[in-house]
Unconditional design. Structure first.
Length: 155
């Protein structure tokens, strides 16, 4: 085995350690990564002697610490995290357009919540008593803040 083989063993080990921190839970991948790193260091001692082995050992320790520190920095995590914000709001109810007793139809399936249409207004509604398919007639029973409670109208 030459230097390239030893370097490949150590790099595979460090990548396995990083994967264990970021992606794969549990210690199994870390143990395998540690075994790869240890094998690379031992091979350098066996094939190239004590001085080369010590250089590989200290370089591997420095590289591993550097890789873990760079991985755990906050900027690294910011690149991996989804940063989208939800700026929409549930029902902004206009009392002149939506009121208790109004009748409308479901636009989506209520299971038990979904979309409904009352006149030209589309709103989110909840039906605590059951499920409803699209185009089912409904009636508003009460409004609690931005939550509209409806009942199904059976013909």
């Amino acid at each position: 085995m030459n230097w390239i083989g030893i370097l490949i063993l150590i790099v595979i080990g460090i990548v396995a350690l990083i994967l264990d921190f970021l992606v794969i839970p549990g210690a199994f991948v870390s143990i395998i990564g540690g075994c790869f790193i240890l094998a690379g260091i031992i091979m350098s001692y066996v094939l190239y002697g004590v001085i080369a082995g010590n250089i590989v050992l200290f370089a591997t320790i420095a590289l591993t610490v550097l890789a873990i520190v760079l991985t755990l920095r906050s900027k690294t995590w910011k690149r991996l995290v989804l940063n989208t914000e939800i700026d929409s709001k549930m029902n902004e109810i206009d009392a002149s357009k939506i009121a208790v007793g109004m009748r409308g139809v479901t636009i989506s399936r209520l299971a038990p919540a979904g979309k409904a249409q009352f006149g030209d207004e589309y709103v989110e509604v909840t039906s605590p008593l059951g499920f409803a398919d699209p185009q089912t007639p409904i009636e508003i029973t009460h409004i609690e803040g931005s939550k509209i409670i409806v009942k199904l109208i059976h013909n």
